[in-house]
Design a protein around this ligand. Structure first.
Ligand code: GDP
Length: 365
């Protein structure tokens, strides 16, 4: 499974947000993730299409897709030099597939800021710098090794040395590894030395209760948006405190509460969807009498691998996939209607899945 790690400086609202996530979670899972056990929380990915499909199919059960978050507390300035529990936390970040960076955008004199004031730019730079410093160390070590190999006549090391030098330059300039473009060959090489500043990032701008209805009035939020835009990252505005309250409400109450705040949807729901996307995941559906279900797969996956997410036998014995788009399914009153119009396709092994495909797999046992 892929994980999104929640990081940020102390007192920005990470635990509050993480608690909201586990409260809302289908099953809050606490299991050993690595050396020390940061919390892992599993949540359902909100998807209105599931409701629509269920009203058409009337299944016994509805199963949404899920996404997992890891609470990585304790990242502080100097972590790469071993400050706090520095290296441990950096090693947790190493194990996640994407980063949700919580940035404090709320003023509250009762909540101490580690640097004494609210300043998103400084906070983002602080965290980013720790990741970059840790990466510099990895890159330098690796460079020493591959330079030696190259000297001893190993031509294969040539590409790696070139890549490492390019990375070193970028990191030295204070830029994240993800700001570079890579060839397929380089991406392959990068797999053997995963870098922290390579991981995709989304910013969760944590605003106060008063500002959640109109966050763009908040200059800190505007600053986060500006920084994110420059690096092609996404921003989700949340009020962690309110999210924690909402997570405790029943579905019906939740709606009323959100309407009172002037919101169409909770920030947490938006954050979950954004994280799902950041992890490179997408959804396809199976829609039968027993269950209507959303399956999470990596974008770009082919039909047999997508079938393998349901069961390995489905992948091994894959024959064909019967596929109809969500839109065609809904507009034609379901599978039979779509079939009559010739909108249900038979796809083979090379078919690349699309988000929202409704699929029935045919396979040999
Ligand atoms: P962490 O150190 O990043 O995990 O931060 P916490 O989640 O423990 O939050 C630190 C303090 O900030 C707590 O007292 C929270 O109640 C408070 N806090 C978190 N989010 C908000 C928010 O959106 N508004 C306000 N006013 N306080 C918040």
């Amino acid at each position: 499974t892929l994980h999104a790690g929640i990081v940020g400086l102390p007192n920005v609202g990470k635990s509050t947000l993480f608690n909201a996530i586990t409260q809302a979670g289908a099953e809050a899972a606490n299991y050993p993730f690595c050396t020390i056990d940061p919390n892992v929380g599993m949540v359902q990915v909100p998807d209105a299409r599931l409701q629509v499909l269920s009203e058409m199919v009337h299944p016994d059960k509805i199963v949404p897709a899920t996404v997992e978050f890891v609470d990585i507390a304790g990242l502080v300035k100097g972590a790469s030099k071993g400050e706090g529990l520095g290296n441990k936390f950096l090693s947790h970040i190493r194990e996640v597939d994407a980063i949700v960076h919580v940035v404090r955008c709320f003023e509250d004199s009762n909540v101490v800021h580690v640097e004494g004031s609210v300043d998103p730019k400084r906070d983002i730079d602080t965290i980013q710098l720790e990741l970059i410093l840790a990466d510099m160390e990895s890159v330098e070590k690796r460079l020493e090794r591959s330079a030696k190999l190259l000297k001893s006549g190993d031509k294969k090391a040539l590409a790696e040395v070139a890549l490492l030098n390019r990375l070193k330059e970028t990191l030295d300039a204070g830029l994240a590894a993800r700001s570079l473009e890579f060839s397929d060959e380089e991406r392959e090489l990068l797999k053997s030395f995963p870098l922290l500043s390579m991981k995709p990032v989304l910013y969760a701008a944590n605003v106060s209760e008063e500002e959640i209805a109109d966050p763009d009035n908040n200059p800190y939020v505007r600053k986060v948006r500006e920084i994110a835009a420059a690096e092609n990252s996404e921003v989700v505005v949340v009020c962690a405190k309110i999210e924690a309250e909402i997570a405790e409400l029943e579905e019906g109450e939740k709606k009323v509460f959100l309407e009172d705040l002037g919101l169409a949807e909770s920030g947490l729901d938006r954050l979950i969807r954004a994280a799902f996307h950041l992890l490179g995941l997408m959804t396809y559906f199976t829609a039968g009498q027993i269950e209507v279900r959303a399956w999470e797969i990596r974008r770009g996956m082919k039909a047999p691998q997508a079938a393998g997410v349901i069961h390995t036998d489905f992948e091994r014995g894959f024959i064909r996939a019967e596929v109809v788009s969500y839109k065609d399914f809904v507009e034609n009153g379901g599978l039979n209607g779509a079939k009559e119009k010739g909108l249900v396709r038979l796809e083979g092994k090379e078919y690349v899945m699309n988000d929202g495909d409704i699929v029935h797999f045919r396979f040999n046992v």
